[in-house]
Design a protein around this ligand. Structure first.
Ligand SMILES: [Zn+2]
Length: 250
């Protein structure tokens, strides 16, 4: 017991170090635009996240303090203005060194269930763990409009309503109606453009898998390349801006 307490204290000390926080901030352009007050708020949220969420490494992956704080800081960017309680239901993050294999069952349009194994970079298990492949989740300073950590934690916001349908918890029926209309029309436009290949919106087929995946991909874009999202889907961008500013949440 004494040994365990010492190890916990050592981990907490490592996570709270100023040097580690500077390394996390410098590792990704996602944090570049935050002023010093918001950086402090993010640090506080990320440390509280680390204290309440169990991080575990699979297939020999070692969860270092950097890995833990980087994942926590990236996830908490989503709730910087919403509050930590929006991730109160997140209890576990599992990290693999690279893509992992998961068992899948899917029902097609005529009711036949297809099953098999699939290699994944990330997964948000409904009411369960967030699973990430570090090879994809790790910080990279490049121009790709994608971000695996933001994507999987967007699913966690989505599932707070009890269903993963691309709509997080919103404050009123009017907001929910507006959200359904705006996201529904954008989703249809995306599906149509992918089908006809006549209008490149800069989204790949994955975003058209379901409204829930479309929402998660839009959240990635909102944080990584907001101007692009605003140009393609201005109404979606406006709804996400109000939501992440805490103006439309329950
Ligand atoms: Zn997804």
């Amino acid at each position: 017991m004494v040994k365990f307490l010492r190890r916990t204290r050592r981990t907490n000390d490592a996570l709270a170090s100023d040097k580690l926080w500077s390394q996390v901030l410098a590792s990704s352009s996602l944090f570049d635009d935050l002023d010093s007050v918001r950086r402090d708020d993010l640090r506080d949220l990320a440390l509280r996240f680390c204290a309440s969420v169990h991080f575990s490494g699979a297939h020999g992956f070692q969860v270092t303090p950097f890995v833990q704080l980087f994942v926590a800081a990236t996830a908490c960017l989503l709730v910087l203005d919403l509050g930590r309680q929006h991730f109160a239901h997140v209890r576990t993050v599992i990290l693999y060194p690279e893509a992992f294999v998961a068992y899948r069952e899917e029902e097609d349009d005529i009711g036949i269930v297809h099953s098999g194994y699939e290699a994944l970079d990330g997964e948000s298990i409904e009411q369960g763990a967030v699973v990430l492949a570090w090879k994809e989740a790790r910080p990279r300073r490049h121009d790709a409009p994608t971000n695996l950590v933001l994507h999987e934690f967007a699913h966690k916001l989505d599932e707070r309503t009890g269903t993963c349908d691309g709509m997080p918890a919103l404050a009123s029926r009017a907001l929910r109606t507006r959200w359904r209309k705006v996201f529904g029309e954008a989703f249809e436009r995306l599906c149509m453009s992918l089908e006809e290949r006549d209008d490149d919106l800069g989204f790949d087929d994955y975003a058209a898998t379901s409204p829930s995946e479309f929402f998660a991909v839009c959240v990635e874009r909102f944080f990584v390349c907001p101007q692009t999202l605003r140009t393609i889907f201005p109404d979606v961008h406006a709804l996400l801006a109000a939501y992440f500013a805490g103006k439309s949440v329950v």
